[in-house]
Ligand binder design. Structure first.
Ligand SMILES: [Ca+2]
Length: 109
């Protein structure tokens, strides 16, 4: 299963176009445009499991680097500063990684 199975191709293409230039990735904008923000808790759980590549139960910074490639294999990698802002925006308990409830809050609020 892929994340794009939960979204429409047009919405994914629009979301990727908005952050094509390095340094322009903003998760909330991406979530709204791609439709991620409107997914149900069950769907977000499946999406989280896909992003948690090593099945640790957390999304770590190294897994975030390839975030955009889950939407298009040719998409760019996120930069260190983009992954750092991704984590700092969502990491409520300060452990340096994103758990499921943090991820859900990040993309839906
Ligand atoms: Ca992980």
């Amino acid at each position: 299963m892929k994340i794009t199975d939960f979204l429409t191709a047009d919405d994914v293409a629009a979301a990727l176009a908005e952050c094509n230039a390095p340094g322009t990735f903003h998760l909330k904008k991406f979530s709204r445009t791609s439709g991620l923000a409107k997914k149900s808790a069950e769907e977000i759980e499946k999406i989280f499991a896909i992003l948690d590549n090593d099945k640790s139960g957390f999304i770590e910074k190294r897994e975030l680097k390839s975030f955009l490639q889950h939407f298009c294999s040719k998409a760019r990698a996120l930069s260190d500063s983009e992954t750092a802002s991704f984590v700092s925006a969502g990491d409520v308990n300060g452990d340096g990684r994103i758990d499921f409830s943090e991820f859900q809050n990040l993309i839906t609020t």
